[in-house]
Design a protein around this ligand. Structure first.
Ligand SMILES: NC(=O)c1ccc[n+]([C@@H]2O[C@H](COP(=O)([O-])OP(=O)(O)OC[C@H]3O[C@@H](n4cnc5c(N)ncnc54)[C@H](OP(=O)(O)O)[C@@H]3O)[C@@H](O)[C@H]2O)c1
Length: 313
């Protein structure tokens, strides 16, 4: 996502090198969406995807509608005709015949999830999609969807800073055997210790300037919450981000949940750092030191919480 959208300007050469380096390191799961830069991210990925199609698990999403006149506006559409048109657009931009995982990006409260998933299942029968996924759904919505067609993965925000999914969707996914794909597992970069006041640290137009926990007093307070991470990172000779990623792996394991966190980076040198975190095992004492953080985070995790599962629980 950050290669084309939401996180400010990108050096395209470095972003391409990041993709290639990730593959060399054994990263096979690549995530995009039709709305990342109005299709720009799918177009950007196309040469990489086509060169390595058989080596990759390719995921994209539909359901969020952007407005060219108002960059901060987000609409939601889930109707069957629309989703078919979205998939055709994604396949064309990516230059592939099918995607491995097709997600509903956001649920439209006006459309029953059963209807949307039934329409998505038709795409599976037609061979254009291998597996179905859902993003930012509640546990009840996941159960209702899974009864219509097997759901392979739920992708929602889950990190040391964002744990609301542990209330309903994580237990439901564990019960149903649905894999979890935590997005923003580095808290959109905050958990790497890079921020203390996004208003001055981020470029104009960076989405994070609109996220309450990144701004003003919230950001300053939240930067203080990283002390336990910093201590653990120093003691173990790793980075804060690696501690944050290891935490997601271990938290999912504690729930008995298959997990594939998807940290995002545009820099080749950061891929090795992020993948190495999967091999870091935190002790029970370290996990206990990290436990209180999420409850103390100031500010919401999204600019518009009505688009998150938390708003419907
Ligand atoms: N389903 C949804 O609604 C949804 C929402 C958001 C994201 N996503 C998906 O999840 C993916 C990851 O989300 P995200 O990009 O927000 O995740 P993230 O990994 O939590 O944060 C990415 C930020 O962290 C920085 N970063 C990454 N590795 C770093 C490291 N080792 N050291 C320091 N900084 C580091 C990146 O900067 P650099 O790029 O400069 O390295 C970027 O600013 C996206 O690409 C997208 O596919 C899905």
């Amino acid at each position: 996502m950050g290669m084309s959208f939401a996180y400010g300007p990108t050096d395209q050469r470095s972003a391409r090198a990041t993709l290639e380096h990730a593959l060399e390191l054994g990263v096979t799961f690549y995530d995009t969406a039709d709305m990342y830069g109005f299709g720009d991210n799918e177009r950007f990925l196309a040469p990489f995807v086509q060169a390595h199609r058989d080596e990759l698990v390719l995921a994209t999403k539909f359901g969020i509608v952007l407005d060219r006149d108002d960059p901060s506006a987000r609409g939601v559409r889930n109707d069957p005709g629309y989703l078919r048109q979205c998939l055709e657009g994604s396949l064309t931009r990516l230059g592939v015949d099918s995607v491995d995982l097709y997600y509903l990006h956001r649920k439209d409260p006006a459309v029953p999830i059963e209807d949307t998933v039934a329409a998505m299942a038709e795409l599976v029968r037609e061979g254009k999609v291998r597996h179905l996924g859902l993003s930012e759904v509640t546990g009840d919505e996941l159960r209702a969807a899974h009864a219509v067609h097997p759901i392979a993965a739920v992708q929602s925000e889950w990190s040391l800073f964002s744990r609301d999914v542990e209330r309903s969707v994580v237990p439901a996914a564990a019960e149903l055997g649905v894999a979890f794909v935590p997005y923003s597992p580095l808290g959109r970069g905050f958990l790497t210790g890079a921020f203390s006041d996004a208003g001055s640290e981020l470029s104009e137009g960076d989405y994070r300037r609109t996220v309450p926990r990144f701004t003003g007093d919230h950001a300053r307070e939240n930067a203080g919450l990283l002390e336990p991470l910093r201590r653990i990172a120093e003691q173990r000779g790793v980075t804060l981000g690696q501690v944050a990623l290891a935490w997601v792996h271990q938290r999912a394991a504690a729930h008995g949940l298959p997990v594939v966190p998807i940290p995002g980076t545009r820099r080749p040198e950061r891929v090795a750092e992020n993948t190495a975190a999967a091999r870091l095992e935190l002790t029970a004492g370290e996990l206990a030191a990290l436990e209180p953080i999420a409850a103390r985070v100031a500010g919401d995790r999204a600019a518009d919480m009505s688009l998150t599962s938390a708003a419907r629980e």
